[in-house]
Every structure is written in structure tokens, then in C-alpha cells.
Ligand binder design. Structure first.
Ligand code: NAD
Length: 450
């Protein structure tokens, strides 16, 4: 398969395309590897995992450069992603799931154990190919599962390099990569030899995974789309909040499930907020991620590039563009950061997931009404509340129907804190102990002592 650099629109590498027969081979190989890997126990697996993390560290520059070339993000963001992926593996290497005694009396002892599930399919999207894989791979391996990674077709290379790094360290079959053209995810999700599908991607594809998994009642985790709102309260300092809103909406060129995708502010603050956001948009440097001056890279692929442009065209008809509003000339997939005001709540840019550096700014007159408008969404992934009064911020955050709501920040996912979606943003949790337990089956041992 051709792999295109989104900064140039030019094919710079090719990747193998696995067929269904090779997917069957990978599943069979993972099933063969699983019992010995599971039997090793946490301490022995930890040694392998730590070696894997060290090997990644020694290749981190290669991983970061490759990531920028295939994904587009500025090199400093790629370095952060690689460092984050290594931090994730370090974090999980230290953890262990120990049996819990649920009851101990003179007559009985009841213990809850957790054992690994078997073969895990880790299916990932193209926005954070390394980090999103690692929050699956690390806990799945540490708990004793064998993993098959299936990256998105437009960003296969970093996952392949990760597999190459692991090949010298992990036992054969414990971690494999299949690269496809969007045609093997269904096979993996449906296959009786796969015990768990850990999926990150869009809500429509997540629904397909749910359907495919139903036939075998396999375990699954769905991390899906979002339409996060940032809600600015009337006591917030708009000038200090605006740069953080802008960063939350445009990091990774807005291609983040948890990016700020709509912002609500009191009507009296809208002019100042738009002026600040427009100034920040004007200062942003859009370009090739390899250029050190770049602050916003390209959209990752041509299809998404066209989709973001369609969002802008519709927004132009129904609202007013206060900054950006255009694709940049040139062969790469660049969009100028775009701020739009005056849209109704029914506009596509407000209701749907734009997944690009385009932000609608919406006015409200009454806080209850603003919360109701925010909650009137099929999504519920993240969100944030911005206030000078932290307690007030927490009280308002407690009324937002979402898996994560930040107060005075946006986009922070510590590995020890569980994360996942409400409503159609997903089912299940990743990260935290919950994200580890997700790759295990609980087993109750119930013993008569008397
Ligand atoms: P996508 O749903 O198109 O693809 C995701 C993955 O699913 C790819 O690897 C793809 O090949 C695979 N796939 C395609 N058809 C499949 C099928 N029938 N069965 C199983 N797998 C299949 O998503 P995308 O466009 O690559 O990524 C963008 C989306 O991902 C956005 O909606 C974004 O919000 C979401 N996302 C969610 C999170 C989260 O943690 N909630 C994180 C990042 C991205």
C-alpha cells in the first residue's frame, strides 16, 4: 500500500497489505503463543515489557520522525506522542492485578482472581497511531494476553516499526501487526479465535464492531467519537482562557477525539473571545511538521481534508467566519485554523464531529440553557468548564453528561485515571486499573472451610 506524507501529498513509503489468510495465520500464531505467555506471570512478563520499553527509548527519534511523516503532526508533538507511549508502557509494567479476598470467615473464603482472555485485537485510528495503541498493548501484554495490532491504513508505518522493535524482544506471536485497507478489522472482530476487540475509532465503525463481536459474545472496548464542549462561565478571565481553548481545539490539527469541538460563552463575552481566538489563529504557523516553526500540521489524509472543507463551506453559509476559512494552497492537506460565530445549534459544525482545526463559538444567555444545549448531543466523551471559582466549576461540570469533564483545563489523560465515553462515545474504560482489568476475566473461587 502507498503511504502518503500529508504535508506533501506524495507517496514516501509502501507498506505490506495483509490478506485474510495472513490474518488467520496471525490469529493462529497468537493462540499458540498465548498459554506460555500467560503462564509466565507478572514478574517474568515485566522483564520483557521493560526491555521492550528500553528498545523503544533507543529508537524514539526514528519513531517520532516516521510519525510526523506518515501522520503529519509537528515533530515536537510526535516526540510527545512517542514519549507518552513509552510512559504508558513504563506505567503498566509496574502494575499487577492481585487476587482480592472478598470474604474470609471461619466457614468460607471467597476470592476474586483475574486471568487473561487470550488473543486481543487492538484496532486503532490514524490520529495517534502510537499512543492509542500503547494504552491497549501495554495493559493487554502485562496481564498476559497476546495482541494483534491493526493500525489505520493511512498510518501503518509506526505500528510496523513498533512490531519490528518488539520482534527481537518478545516471544514469537505475542505481539503482531496486520496492516490492511480497512478490510481486516471486521474479520478480527468476528473471529472466534479473538477473545477481545479493543477498538478506537469513529462511532459508525464502532457500531459495526459491536455487531461483529455479537456472534461470539467476545469482550470489547469501544473508544469512539466525541463532540466536546468547552463551557466558559461569566466569571472567567477570557484573555487567559482563550489560548487554552485554542490549543484544545487545534492540537494535532484538531484531530483528537477529545479536542474542543464547540465553545459556549456568555453573550457579553463573545466579541472578546472571538477577537482573541482570531488573533491566535492568525499567529499559528500551519505547515510541514518537519519544519520546527510549524505549530499546526496538515490534516492526516485526503478524505478527511475534503470532509473538513465541507464543514467550513456549510459554516460559511450559515454563520460568519472570523478567522481562517480556507485550505492553504499547495499539495499538502493544510487547513488554516478557522473560527466561526453565529451558527445555530443545528449547524453541522455544532452537531457533528469535525475532526479538524475549525471551531464554532456559540453564545448563551442562561447557564441552565447552555448546559442543556451541551448535553443535547449523541456524544459524551469529554468536555470542560472554565471559571475563576473552582467549586462553581466543579458544580457545573457535575451536570455535563460525559465520560471526562475537566475544570480549567482540557485534554489531560493520566495513565492511572480511567477514561472512556458516555452515550455514543463508547463502551468500557481504558487506562487506570479498570483499563487493565478490561483485558482479563474475573473468576470467583468460593471455598468451604468448615
Ligand atoms: P475509523 O472508525 O474509520 O477507523 C478506525 C479503525 O477501524 C481503523 O483501523 C480501520 O481500519 C478500522 N476498521 C474499519 N472498518 C472496520 C470494521 N468494519 N470493523 C473493525 N474495524 C474496522 O476511524 P478513523 O477515521 O481512523 O479515526 C477517527 C475517529 O476516531 C474519530 O471519530 C475520533 O473521534 C475517533 N477517536 C476516538 C478516540 C477515543 O479514545 N474515544 C481516540 C481517537 C480517535
Amino acid at each position: 500500500m502507498d503511504v502518503v506524507n500529508p504535508a506533501s501529498g506524495v507517496t514516501f513509503a509502501t507498506a505490506p497489505r495483509a490478506d485474510a489468510g495472513q490474518a488467520e495465520q496471525a490469529i493462529a500464531s497468537a493462540r499458540r503463543a498465548f498459554p506460555d505467555w500467560a503462564a509466565l506471570g507478572f514478574p517474568a512478563r515485566r522483564r520483557y515489557i521493560r526491555d521492550f520499553a528500553d528498545a523503544m527509548r533507543s529508537r524514539s527519534d526514528d519513531l517520532a520522525r516516521l510519525l510526523t511523516m506518515e501522520q503529519g503532526k509537528p515533530l515536537h508533538e510526535a516526540r510527545q506522542e512517542v514519549a507518552g507511549a513509552i510512559a504508558a508502557i513504563d506505567h503498566y509494567a509496574d502494575l499487577e492485578l492481585v487476587p482480592r479476598v472478598l470474604r474470609e470467615t471461619t466457614n468460607e473464603r471467597i476470592i476474586e482472581q483475574r486471568y487473561p482472555l487470550g488473543v486481543v485485537a487492538a484496532i486503532t485510528p490514524w490520529n495517534y497511531p502510537l499512543l492509542l495503541l500503547m494504552v491497549k498493548l501495554a495493559p493487554a501484554l502485562v496481564t498476559g494476553n497476546a495482541v494483534i495490532a491493526k493500525p489505520a491504513p493511512t498510518t501503518p508505518l509506526t505500528t510496523l516499526l513498533l512490531g519490528e522493535i518488539a520482534a527481537d524482544i518478545l516471544p514469537a506471536g505475542v505481539f503482531q501487526t496486520l496492516t490492511d485497507r480497512n478490510d481486516l478489522g471486521e474479520l478480527l472482530s468476528r473471529h472466534p479465535g479473538v477473545a477481545h476487540v479493543s477498538f478506537t475509532g469513529s462511532t459508525p465503525t464502532g457500531k459495526k464492531v459491536l455487531g461483529s463481536a455479537a456472534g461470539t459474545l467476545k469482550r470489547f472496548t469501544l473508544e469512539l467519537g466525541g463532540n466536546d464542549a468547552a463551557l466558559i462561565l461569566d466569571d472567567a478571565d477570557i484573555v487567559s482562557v482563550a489560548p487554552r481553548i485554542f490549543a484544545g481545539a487545534t492540537a494535532n490539527a484538531g484531530q483528537i477525539c477529545l479536542a474542543i469541538k464547540r465553545v459556549y460563552a456568555p453573550r457579553s463575552m463573545i466579541d472578546t473571545l472571538c477577537a482573541e481566538l482570531a488573533r491566535l489563529a492568525g499567529e499559528a504557523v500551519v505547515g510541514d511538521g518537519m519544519d520546527t516553526a510549524t505549530t499546526i500540521g496538515p490534516i492526516q489524509n485526503r478524505e478527511q481534508f475534503a470532509k473538513v472543507q465541507a464543514f467550513i463551506e456549510e459554516a460559511r453559509k450559515h454563520g460568519s467566519i472570523v478567522a481562517g476559512g480556507e485550505a492553504l494552497p499547495g499539495p499538502g492537506y493544510f487547513i488554516a485554523p478557522t473560527i466561526v460565530r453565529g451558527l445555530s445549534d443545528n449547524a453541522r459544525l455544532v452537531r457533528e464531529e469535525q475532526f479538524g482545526p475549525v471551531l464554532p463559538v456559540l453564545a448563551y444567555d442562561d447557564l441552565d440553557e447552555a448546559i442543556a444545549r451541551i448535553n443535547d448531543s449523541e456524544y459524551g466523551l469529554g468536555g470542560s468548564v472554565w471559571s475563576a471559582d473552582v467549586e462553581r466549576g466543579i458544580a457545573v461540570a457535575s451536570r455535563i453528561e460525559s465520560g471526562t469533564v475537566w475544570v480549567n483545563k482540557h485534554l489531560e489523560l493520566p495513565f492511572d485515571v480511567p477514561f472512556g465515553g458516555a452515550k455514543q462515545s463508547g463502551i468500557g474504560r481504558q487506562q487506570g486499573i479498570e483499563g487493565m482489568e478490561d483485558f482479563t476475566q474475573p473468576r470467583i473461587i468460593n471455598v468451604a472451610l468448615a
